[in-house]
Design a binder for this molecule. Sequence first.
Ligand code: 5GP
Length: 164
Amino acid sequence: TVEREKLTYELFGTAVRELAQQVADDGFEPDIILSIARGGLFVAGGLGYALDVKNLHVVNVEFYTGVGETLDLPVMLPPVPNVVDLGRRRVLVADDVADTGKTLKLVHDFCAQHVAEVRSAVIYEKPRSEVKCQYVWRRTDRWIDFPWSVRPPVVRRGHGVGDA
Ligand code: 5GP
């Protein structure tokens, strides 16, 4: 089996600080950080503190599943980000990973239609990504285990398989 890329919560703390430092060193001062739920919420929260940005937004994106089939395109779920809030500003889009890059491209292109400047920050970018993010902490072509999704959801005690 192929070795996985493993991110711990502790290493995530380092990653998000170093990612923020890249943004700061580059002189980019976002007015808004737009996170892509759910993985991007962790990244956006960390970047928000590290860059002293309080204006955080969320967009939900899912790969669309049609009747009995999965399309190869992600879709933004309502509510879509408020374009009045986003108007004429500098937006930093935050996500955990750009894999195919399709999710990030969707959000990036949406923002680009409404704001002065949009850039993207991710913890990981894979080589096949069709989007090249401005700020990347690590590059890998492996599957990544994130600390927030590596374990299954909790189950109510006394009702599920997680019982001791
Ligand atoms: P995309 O292919 O559009 O760039 O990525 C879509 C989403 O799939 C990501 O935001 C992430 O939630 C999930 N994903 C893609 N690659 C990985 C991976 O290596 N590990 C995990 N845990 N999720 C991934």
